[in-house]
Structures are given as C-alpha cells and as structure tokens.
Ligand binder design. Structure first.
Ligand SMILES: [Zn+2]
Ligand SMILES: [Zn+2]
Length: 413
C-alpha cells in the first residue's frame, strides 16, 4: 500500500499517543514520562534504541536491509547507503492550559502549547511506516526525539552525544516538521530556501553604579539614567548599523532597578532578546550591542556587564533540501497543500544546530482546527492554542516519504 494509505490506517494510534503525551506535559531537558511513552510506542519495531545521558532523549536507528551493510560493522562500507535524520522535539512550555480539550494537560503550569506532542507522535508513526519498509530501504534512518527545544538547546546536547552519527556515519540530510496553531490552514505545509527562523540571543545586562540619597545624586553614581540611555541607544543601533533588508530586532523585555523614590540604587538590570536572520548580522549585533553597553556606561563613569545566555543560531534551510521537501509534499498531497513561505519567521529553533552540520529543511505544518480562521486563531505558546489531530497522519507520511526518497537519491547532494 502507498505510504499515505498506511499512514491513514494508523492515524488513530498516532492521535492516541499524541493525547497521552499532551495530557502529561513535561518542561525542559528531563522528560521521563514522555520518554517512556515514546519508548513503549516504539517497542517491537526493528530499531536500535538508545537514551541520552545529559537529557531524556530517545535516539532510534533503523538500518535498511536493502543497503548491503551489516549492523555489526556500521559505516565500514563507503557505499553502505546514506543516513537520513528525522527530528521531533518532545518538550512542553510553562503555560497553564485553557483550551478545555478533553485530553488537556493534567499538570498545572505545563502545556504542550507549541505542539511538540504532535511532533513526537508523528515521528513514532513514521518509525512504524519506515520499519514496515525496511526490506527495501537503501540506507539508514535516525529518529531523533529531543527534549528541551524551548530555550534549553536540547539539540546541542544530542549532537554532543552523537546523534548525527548514530547510524555509524554522518547523516546526509535532516528534516524536522513543526506544527502551527494559526497562520496556516490545517494540513498545509510551508517552507523556504535559506533562512527559515531567526537567530535568538538572550542578553543580560547589569549597569553597576553607586547608590546614595535621591536628593544628592552628585555623591552617587546613578545607574538608572544610564540604563535608560542603553535602552534607546540599542534601538538607534538597529536603525543605523544594520541593512534594512537583513533585519535585526532588539527588545528590552525586562528593566529592573531601585526600591523607592528617594534612594539611588546600586545597579539596574536589563533583559534583552535579539533576533537576526544571517550569520554576518548576528555576529555584528552580538559585538556591537555589548560594545554599546560598555561604552555608554563608561561615558558616564559607570561600568556594566553584558552576558549572552543560551543563544540559538539562524535556522538555515539548504536550498536543494527545501526544494526537495516542497516537491515531496506536492507529489504526495497535491499543490494546494504546499505554500512557499515568503519570509523567515522571527521565532527561533534549536534544529538550527543540526542544520549547521547537516543539510536539511525545517518545514511548518498548519494545524489550525477548522472552521477556526488561521488569521485570528491563538498562535503557538498561547494557553488557548489548539492543534488539530487531522494533520498527524499526513505529517507521519511526509516524514516517511522524505526519508524514503532522500535515501533513494543516495549520497548525491
Ligand atoms: Zn515553541
Ligand atoms: Zn516549538
């Protein structure tokens, strides 16, 4: 049977797994319940399953029987068939769910508001569909189930623990799907060549002054006006230093200083997010923002510290792999199920770390439940975000076809 029909036949199983993961969401790098559900769902398939050390990841390797390679000597033969990596993230967000769904989160303060429950369930579905085709697979597939996408850089930990070489040789291509509860209609896939998601930097700034009496600022070193200057100077930096066609966003989302009206505090603290869409713009903004913080403080005789915390690089789709992904979707599901994405998204993704090492594509999948209007539906991360189950079978089918067709293409880029 065709992949699409086999996927439809297991749609109920995929949705049930998705509901189970959704009802017990876990946040961060340690997701033991989610990990267990995935391992149980993979049970009985011809996979080599390993789990992470630094995080509760699951890596499963399917070795095709059609590649003339031996599991005992993986990677020994240069012509032993290529490796394709498929990735799903597993983690939830610290959000209290307000959707009212019958499988809504049973854990207060945790919700699968970014749809990673669908990703994990769809990838399990793809593991089943590809396992059933093992005899004809001319290579290997690595299934990467990853915790800690939301700010923890889980992908980086998995790369350090060897996921890209889990099949015995480096993956030739890597793909990830990401659902959206708004903006795209249910079942519509979207991607683009080149930059797909922004780089994100978290910059923590502390302006160090010297506290004193509010009536005698000349005896103190007031950090508040200096911090205010830094906030506005960062916006000027954006408009005067960067090409408007290679944009940068800087937002100071948190500004804290002082306790009352007549006391000059010792310090002011700012938390900043920075988004950029190319490696040169990213390098420049990182350097320029820190210099501006130090020099603005110094101009007033104060000092400042500026430290980056947990940054993600730009998610860059390989031109050929993005075209290939679009082709797979239109071949499999029809032209109306693919929409080219005109601009990169300003969100960030740690799949960027995978795409820094392996050519591949990050593909969005609309999951806005009809008849809700995707233009006004609550977007990912909202406590009201709802992702429609009808997309999971097609998601699993697209994962499967990407792997099948890419393996059949061989080592050629
Ligand atoms: Zn998210
Ligand atoms: Zn996400």
């Amino acid at each position: 049977m065709a992949v699409i029909d086999d996927a439809a036949a297991i749609a109920g199983d995929i949705a049930r797994l998705r509901h189970a993961i959704h009802a017990e969401p876990e946040v961060g790098l340690d997701l033991p319940l989610t990990q267990q559900k995935i391992i149980s769902a993979l049970d009985g398939l011809p996979l080599e399953v390993t789990t992470g050390t630094a995080l509760s990841s699951v890596t499963a390797v399917l070795r095709g029987a059609g590649q003339g390679d031996s599991a005992a000597e993986p990677g020994r033969r240069a012509g032993g068939g290529p490796v394709v990596l498929l990735r799903a993230d597993m983690d939830a967000l610290p959000v209290t769910e307000r959707t009212g769904l019958d499988f809504a989160s049973r854990i207060d303060g945790a919700m699968h508001a970014c749809g990673h429950d669908l990703h994990s369930a769809m990838l399990v579905g793809a593991a089943r569909l590809l396992s059933a085709r093992r005899a004809d697979l001319p290579g290997s597939v690595v299934f990467m189930f990853q915790p800690g996408e939301e700010g923890c850089g889980g992908a980086k930990f998995m790369i350090e623990e060897g996921v890209l070489d889990a099949a015995g040789r480096r993956a030739a291509a890597a793909y990830a799907l990401h659902v959206a509860s708004a903006e795209l209609s249910a079942g519509v896939f979207s991607t683009r060549e080149g930059p797909m998601m922004a780089a994100a930097e978290a910059l923590d700034i502390t302006v160090h002054g010297r506290g004193g009496h509010g009536s005698q600022p000349h005896h103190a070193a007031d950090p508040i006006p200096v911090a205010c200057e830094i906030v506005t100077a960062l916006q000027v930096l954006v408009t005067r230093t960067f090409d408007i066609f290679d944009p940068v966003v800087i937002t100071v989302g948190s500004f804290h200083a002082g306790t009352t009206n007549n006391v000059i505090p010792d310090e002011a603290r700012l938390q900043v997010t920075i988004r950029s869409f190319s490696a040169p713009a990213r390098a420049l903004v990182r350097e320029a923002a820190v210099r501006l913080v130090h020099d603005t403080a110094s101009a007033h005789g104060l000092t400042a510290t500026a430290e980056f915390e947990g940054s993600y690089p730009v998610t860059v789709n390989d031109q050929q792999e993005a075209r290939f992904a679009a082709e797979v979707v239109t071949d499999l599901l029809g032209e109306d199920r693919f929409r080219p994405q005109p601009n990169p998204m300003a969100g960030a993704e740690d799949f960027s770390f995978v795409l820094d090492d392996v050519p591949g594509a990050f593909v969005m999948l609309g999951a806005c439940p009809p008849p809700v209007d995707p233009a006004t539906a609550p977007f990912n991360h909202s406590a009201f975000a709802v992702f429609d189950d009808t997309v999971v079978a097609d998601g699993a089918a697209v994962f499967t076809e990407l792997a099948l067709r890419r393996l059949n293409r061989g080592y050629a880029p």
